[in-house]
Ligand binder design. Structure first.
Ligand SMILES: Cc1cc2nc3c(=O)[nH]c(=O)nc-3n(C[C@H](O)[C@H](O)[C@H](O)COP(=O)(O)OP(=O)(O)OC[C@H]3O[C@@H](n4cnc5c(N)ncnc54)[C@H](O)[C@@H]3O)c2cc1C
Length: 625
């Protein structure tokens, strides 16, 4: 990418960034060194009517899901029509839509739990329902649509007309600045003519309504820029070019879509011209909570699989769960699943409470849960041994239980890629984490500003840091009696408080050491974010366990799990802090460039060139470098 293009991408992303923070944010405070427990504790409780409605729906959904045959979906790579119809008649396409528009109006917590449940029948169901309403038309419409648009579209969507979200293009993945799809205003101003190709649109083959991002050229009366349109699939010029197939998520209706001179009335523009990227990003901000919820399904399934198998399977004279190496995995799976549940439940509850801005918590949840559950699935496969690697269909044919361990891994893997890849989530969170520093010292770091401005910025920064830095040396985490009401979990909250301050200090040291180059220190920033994510998970685990204990609704051993989880998390945090300053980042980066330049090409020798469709090793070997 040329420097110009990189700058444009940054400028566009920055322009679409939601800058204002009108509500408090636990995540934001954490990166500033303040463990604002008051923002998440007392645990935000659902209202009784939300619980009643939610539980009733979960009951109906669970009953319906018993009729779904997961093996059939896996075999046919298709969700049967009657399953989609059944879901529609239950109202599952309107879970997230307000009752006044014919939806169920479930709270975020119950919406998450419903997705979790649907996902347990087959992951394609979770993908279908969440692409439809977590990122599909209902979400941006709810956030940015006019009343007229809501009345026009939401009842249809709630009834089961399926929707999709089309942002990605062949050339546009993580970097939406390069969007090619265009929407040119008609001469009379009544419509836009949409042209372009969209890639990997989930539900694309079956969607009736799509939210499509396209670039409007600037012109008279048109500010232009990336804009969000509602497109109907029967509009002339819309075509499904092909259905895509993937490693997992068989049954997902994902497509390449073509828009050829599609006339979209101006009434179908959501928000204003030029607001499309912001709309897409804000939609994803909360839409992101669905993925951790569906990933939690996998974690729970893993837990159940390993409990049964590690008890039942005997090798070397004992159940495998009694062998220390396997027991270590079982403990990690148990504690991590508790941590994931705590993060999913708390993040959903915070969204429902509407007191906090949860964009960072949702991003932390997405990043942390999708990464953690991948480790859980891998450990589960190890515990299952050869049976973990065998397909459910094959196991069944041999007369064994069709436990789909390999399918869980295949279905999960994409979670670390879509709806904001792990790398992009880390950058997104890091940007917010250093935002306060850029606000107070940004001009100081800008080499293009004149000396006068930079001197003024330096004075402002000095005043801020003179107050802020000392505040990071003392806190409740140093007082042994703090957080006493959490019993044996108090020590973990004290740890979180102390280490939130250490995290903030580390961000400050990073800013001082790297200056404007910090932006490019992705490995360093990634570790800071991962520490923040673990601290969020520790905090969530403690308040969630406390709430469960208060309710006595679940097993009294939630404290035990939370304690174990926090201890494991703290070990990960120690490693991350250490690696901030002791690492091979610079050497690794250099080696990667050498590899890209072909210096290690000789290492690729010894396999046939046509293996799969590998690109040929164009030049003679062992000569480079
Ligand atoms: C099954 C599936 C369903 C999908 N559903 C939808 C959908 O419904 N709607 C839709 O619009 N899209 C959808 N997508 C697209 C998905 O959101 C993209 O795959 C994702 O945004 C990543 O884009 P990309 O694959 O082009 O990767 P790229 O952007 O090309 O990135 C490749 C790698 O480079 C990393 N990378 C990129 N930029 C940076 C950077 N600046 N710094 C560090 N690392 C970087 C990425 O993290 C990734 O690891 C779907 C994809 C799949 C596979």
């Amino acid at each position: 990418m040329s420097e110009d293009s990189a700058q444009k991408s940054r400028r566009v992303a920055e322009g679409a960034r939601q800058r204002e923070w009108t509500q408090p944010s636990f995540g934001r405070e954490l990166f500033l060194g303040r463990l604002r427990l008051d923002l998440i504790h007392p645990y935000p409780r659902p209202r009784p009517e939300e619980v009643e409605k939610g539980e009733a729906f979960l009951g109906r959904l669970a009953k319906f899901l018993e009729s779904v045959d997961p093996l059939q979906i896996e075999r046919d790579s298709r969700i049967p029509d009657q399953v989609i119809k059944g879901l529609a008649s239950l109202g599952a396409f309107g879970m997230n839509i307000a009752e006044e528009y014919g939806g169920l109006g479930l709270s975020q917590v119950y919406y998450n739990r419903a997705l979790q449940l649907a996902n347990s029948a087959h992951a394609a169901l979770g993908a279908l329902l969440s692409a439809h309403q977590s990122i599909g038309v209902p979400k941006p419409l709810k956030l940015f649509g006019t009343d007229e648009q809501k009345h026009r579209f939401l009842p249809r969507l709630a009834r089961g007309e399926i929707s999709a979200f089309a942002l990605t293009e062949p050339d546009v993945g993580s970097d939406p600045a390069r969007i090619h799809a265009s929407a040119v205003p008609t001469g009379d101003g009544s419509a836009y003519i949409l042209n372009g190709t969209k890639l990997w649109t989930t539900n694309g083959t079956i969607a009736r309504l799509l939210i499509v991002m396209a670039e409007v050229p600037a012109g008279e009366g048109h500010p232009g820029g990336i804009t969000a349109f509602v497109v109907e699939s029967d509009m002339h010029g819309f075509k499904v070019l092909r259905r895509n197939a993937f490693m997992g998520l068989r049954g997902i209706e994902n497509a390449v879509l073509e828009f050829k001179d599609v006339r979209v009335p101006k009434e179908n523009v959501i928000g204003k011209e030029g607001e499309g990227l912001k709309i897409a990003l804000v939609t994803l901000n909360t839409g992101r909570l669905s993925l951790p919820a569906t990933n939690l399904t996998a974690a729970k399934a893993c837990l159940r699989i390993v409990r049964n198998w590690a008890n039942e399977r005997e090798q070397w004279g004992r159940p495998i769960g009694k062998h220390d190496a396997i027991a270590q995995l079982l403990a990690d799976i148990s504690a991590s699943t508790f941590g994931m549940e705590a993060v999913v439940e708390l993040s959903g509850a915070l969204a429902d409470q509407e007191r906090n801005d949860i964009r960072l918590e949702a991003a932390l949840a997405k990043l942390w849960v999708t990464e953690t559950v991948w480790r859980t699935a891998d450990q589960t496969m190890q515990v299952r041994g050869g049976r973990g690697y065998e397909t459910a269909e094959s196991l069944k044919a041999r007369g064994e239980q069709p436990i789909p361990t390999e399918q869980i891994m295949r279905d999960l893997r994409v979670s670390r890629i879509f709806e904001g890849s792990t790398e992009i989530m880390r950058l997104f969170i890091a940007r917010e984490a250093v935002d306060r520093h850029l606000e107070v010292g940004g001009e100081l770091l800008d080499p293009e500003l004149d000396l006068k401005k930079r001197t003024r910025a330096a004075a402002g920064a000095a005043a801020f840091y003179a107050r802020w830095l000392p505040s990071l040396t003392v806190g409740k985490g140093r007082v042994p009696t703090s957080y006493r009401e959490f019993g044996k979990l108090a020590r973990h909250l004290r740890y979180a408080e102390r280490n939130a301050r250490k995290l903030a200090r580390s961000i400050f040291y990073g800013m001082s050491r790297y200056g404007p180059k910090l932006e490019f220190k992705q490995a360093f920033l990634g570790r800071l974010v991962d520490i923040g994510a673990e601290l969020y998970a520790i905090s969530a685990a403690c308040v969630y366990a406390r709430m469960l204990a208060e309710d006595n609704s679940k097993s009294g051993n939630a404290y035990e799990l939370a304690d174990l989880f926090c201890r494991q998390s703290e070990r990960r945090i120690e490693v991350l802090f250490d690696a901030l300053w002791h690492n091979e980042d610079a050497r690794n980066y250099k080696a990667a460039q050498s590899m890209l330049d072909g210096r290690y090409r000789w290492l690729e020798e010894g396999i046939i060139e046509s293996w799969g469709v590998l690109p040929p090793i164009a030049e003679p070997l062992r000569q480079a470098g």
